[in-house]
Design a protein around this ligand. Sequence first.
Ligand code: GLU
Length: 417
Amino acid sequence: MEKINPFENMLSVLTATAEMMGLSESDYVVLKYPEREVKVAVPVEMDDGSVRVFEGYRVQHNSARGPYKGGLRFHPNTDLDEVKALAAWMSFKCAVADIPYGGAKGGITVDPATLSKPELERLTRNFTERIAPVIGPDKDIPAPDVNTNAEIMGWIMDTYSRLTGAPRPGVVTGKPIEIGGSLGRTAATASGVCMIAKMALRHFGIDEMASRFAVQGLGNVGGLTAQILFDGGHKVTCVSDVNGCVHNEAGLNITEIRDFLKNGGKLNEYKAAGVEQLPREAILTIDCDVLVPCALENQLTGANADKVQAKIVVEGANGPTTPEADEILKNRGIPVVPDILANCGGVVVSYFEWVQDLQNYYWDEETVAQRLTQKMELAFKAVVEQADKYNATLRKGAYAVAIGRIIAAEKIRKSWH
Ligand code: GLU
């Protein structure tokens, strides 16, 4: 299969939206290029005494609206083009959420499942040292993404603090609560996905409680999205992860499935009354009402978009739908709620965490939840307004919001002067 380049995908949506908005090339050309791309070699002593060198990246796309912000992913397929696309999407996402950040992304090309815990810690700490010159609480603030978590963020906070001689909780978000993390950050992306999914269902007149949800991915985003839906009495009829896909038209017991996986079970070995095992790609084309891809990019493509049976797609993952698939889904009347809107709840609570760190004053869970809801509602409204204005898809509406806000800041600051 031909490799799909996510950065090219980003550029094609950016260009199409800028044209739709009637912008000239000079208005938005800076957004086509990341401001800085850092590639580092990260040496690690393995448990057997040998030394291996891993490749890592930090790409800083745009800083017109504030310090760079975005996650770090540890994945064997992570490469520069992927990180570049993800960095640009962070600039757009922070603008859609209207939080004062630019966008960045980083990663290491590694399968963390092949490392021991001490190896993973050494890798993280050495990577932090290598990118330390370009990150910082007022420069660029990393966060969790695919295969990274609060514990890893804690190692980053500690390494950066040691290097700079004082505790610097604001250098990274998604940290453990004990060292300056925010209440509500772990579930924030998933909570936001659920809120936006419900707003979208209401907007398109689809009955939320009668809807069958299919969730691809059972990590921090997919697992918690499925859980929140299940806890809220919604019917989750299909879930998948790297190992498999399970389906039950009567609804799956998500708590039981997540416990089974936590205890070392594999999804393709999960058995329960009424549950059928399917190949893992089946999730994308299963008969359901709401498809929520929460895994990696390029899942819905020209090869399968014509077989999607959902009434609506809500992107929990970053970049799960290619432009070709977008076009097919649009022509088939299946709305796609774009990643930069649907999954922005994570970075919104990252922003809240950073604000709390900078003020050394911590909020209760209710305050976080309330402010998150408010941000998500405003973001949804802004996107729908632009989509309506241009009679365009929600993706183009979201890009229009983002591009409009970023170039407004660019025009004041004039980075080209
Ligand atoms: N990795 C998440 C995302 O893609 C969160 C980024 C952040 O909190 O900075 O939105």
